[in-house]
Design a binder for this molecule. Structure first.
Ligand SMILES: Nc1ncnc2c1ncn2[C@@H]1O[C@H](COP(=O)(O)OP(=O)(O)OP(=O)(O)O)[C@@H](O)[C@H]1O
Length: 253
């Protein structure tokens, strides 16, 4: 059974249709990367899975349960944003424990879960700092820590590394991949970065104009693109495309 399943999902804002007939299965523990040109609907799709945005057609199931009308906080899914969205006046430890405190989790358990997440992410020495006293990479790690402590059934990432410089991006990419291996949770990841998509994904989903052009393993898309759009979009550097004329098979006499 798919962990997250989208069946003929659509989204429109008034008359503007931004997502159209999206059907997609994400297996338990799969790392799914959404790519596509700016404005194709990647973030909207992610926000619909999270419950931050209503859907206007179709059905979303999480763990076999239809969640169309389920509020975000009941979906047991954590989202990590590009902007980190940390509380500036709270120390790292308080940022990480915020959702657990809100849920009334016992103090001892909060302490243990924060310590475990801080250990996984190398944040132990930074727990007493404020976000402004951290580097970009450290802030992004706190944002991930905040997601991990909740022990959600799935993680959603919306371009989490795009505010970091190239070198740090490579490092954090490795860290997120290791995190995925360690936690074994379903992760859905939006990016503009081809290399991120090719190296991190179990499955890449190429979106264009609110529709899925192709979904499959990175090498499957690279070796067998379903159409010219996918062929032109996947890979860095880009594939060379040129027109040719087919003249049939030459038969030997
Ligand atoms: N609240 C809204 N009202 C109307 N249109 C919206 C709203 N939010 C998003 N859109 C439109 O929906 C489309 C998809 O937006 P979305 O942010 O999902 O794209 P994206 O693929 O994530 O883009 P980018 O890569 O630039 O972040 C865009 O054309 C956008 O203008």
């Amino acid at each position: 059974m798919a962990e997250i399943e989208l069946k003929h999902v659509g989204k429109s804002y008034g008359h503007v249709q931004v997502l159209n007939d999206i059907s997609l299965e994400m297996a338990n523990g799969e790392f799914v990367v959404l790519v596509g040109p700016s404005g194709c609907g990647k973030s909207t799709l992610l926000r619909m899975i999270a419950g931050l945005e209503d859907i206007t057609a179709g059905e979303i199931t999480i763990g076999g349960k239809v969640v169309n009308n389920m509020p975000a906080k009941e979906r047991d899914i954590a989202m990590v944003f590009q902007s980190y969205a940390l509380y500036p006046h709270m120390k790292v430890a308080d940022n990480m424990s915020f959702s657990l405190r809100l849920a009334g989790t016992p103090k001892a358990e909060i302490k243990a879960r924060v310590a475990e997440a801080a250990d996984i992410l190398g944040l132990i020495d930074l727990l007493d700092r404020l976000p402004r006293e951290l580097s970009g990479g450290q802030r992004q790690r706190v944002a991930m820590g905040r997601a991990i402590v909740r022990d959600p059934r799935a993680f959603l990432f919306d371009e989490p590394l795009s505010n970091l410089d190239a070198k740090l991006r490579v490092k954090m990419r490795g860290e997120i991949k290791r995190l995925h291996q360690r936690l074994g949770k379903t992760m859905v990841y939006v990016t503009h970065d081809q290399t991120e998509a090719m190296t991190m994904a179990d499955k890449i989903v190429v979106l264009n104009g609110g529709r899925i052009e192709q979904a499959g393993a990175p090498l499957e898309l690279y070796n067998n693109p379903a159409n010219l759009f996918v062929a032109g979009f996947i890979g860095s550097p880009e594939m060379n495309l040129f027109e040719a004329r087919y003249e049939g098979v030459q038969r030997s006499r």
